[in-house]
Write a protein that binds this ligand. Sequence first.
Ligand code: ARG
Length: 459
Amino acid sequence: MAKKLWGARFKKEPNRDFFEFQSSIHYDYKLAQYDIYHSLIHVSALREAGILNEEEEKKLIAGLLELLRDIADNKFKPDLNSEDIHTDIQNKIEEKVGKPAYKLHSLRSRNEQIVFDEKLYCSQQGSILADLVRKVLSSLEFLAQKYGDSYFVGYTHTQRAQVLLFREYSLAFISMLGRDLRRLDNFMDSLWIYIGAGALAGTSIPKKAYNQAIKKSLTFLKEVGKGIGVAKSALDNVSSRDFIVEFLSILAIIQMHLSRLASDFILYSTKEFDFLDLPQEFCTGSSLMPHKKNPDFLELVRGYTGIIYGNLFSLLTLMKGLNLSYNRDMQLDKQALFSSVDIVKKELQLMADFLKKVSLKKENINRVLEDEYLYATELAEFLVYKGVPFQEAHQIVGRLIKYSEEKKVKIKDMPESLLKKFHQEFSSEVLKKILSPEYAISVKKSTFSKASSRNLRKK
Ligand code: ARG
């Protein structure tokens, strides 16, 4: 057990197993860098408040910067016998600078440090995630460019519905992820980081001193790229984790979108559909069946949804009904947060690469486009433009489909006299024209069908 930040009031040492049970160093070490940023501002605030002299301030800052360099050089090794990252950094600073370190923790609490650290983590990871979403978007745009003018089959209820251009199909996912990107940007914009909350009730350091300290720290704060201020409500600051709930919700929505894309691609790559060829580099084989090429990447993306949604629910449940202010329960927010961030980052990174290598099997899609029922809607709309009320047009085409199905005869092969019985505007020539993907796409005026596939994301 390494040196702790507390203990004098106890007659007994903590039970060893309990100490391990309650310590968080084996996961919160990830927050080391952010915790040092907190200390840097705090040291300046202590100096402003006259608690540290110039010499002590200098030594502490130098020690903290040295630790930051160790992290950057991958030399920082957390002592797993420490209770948490805050304690570990305190102990390391003591080792480096000696006596002035005893003043480092003056008038602050781990309660304000942890929320500061977590906010910076969310902010930095948020921008990494946003970059990765942008990468996936550009891969989708690449696909949309490559196959934009190819036809694709649109489904509702997983039943053939209407013809689309592949560009429109891609645009659906581009739109979803575009909104995710906006959500991430809004989240990062509204995330405000506070210092000076103390344990829960604020501290005796004047606001002015904190503000001066923040100003002094602007160089590294800029690097962090976040707005930092003095807590308006100290109590709220140490009590709340809604920013993590929000972040995990955004990750859950991204995950939902990725899993829908994964499901679609799994379905379309089956022999039954055979619309897509998945890159072999992202598939695996079977140990028994020599022919198998399984879409494991997509299946795992879909499968991770349980964990990502679970992480969100775990935090919502953790925070439900918690009395104000800080409770140790809240320590358990971190594994859910780190897990979701790590998984979604990996998925996005792989997805960006995967998508670029997917290819469209146009011949198979074109074969499906011979299904005349895909154009039933266009046929009904043709009648509408001839003045037939839609309800009637719907029934006429419905009867035509029923006849074709029962008699097993293609509409295009029906004699003109028979077609005329359904409606006098029907003729072989007209039907031949309407029952085609070219026509179906050409009459779509409200969509992007004919727009250039460039600038798909622009409104
Ligand atoms: N390890 C704690 C957490 O992650 C840090 C705050 C501890 N505060 C305390 N009073 N024990 O939430």
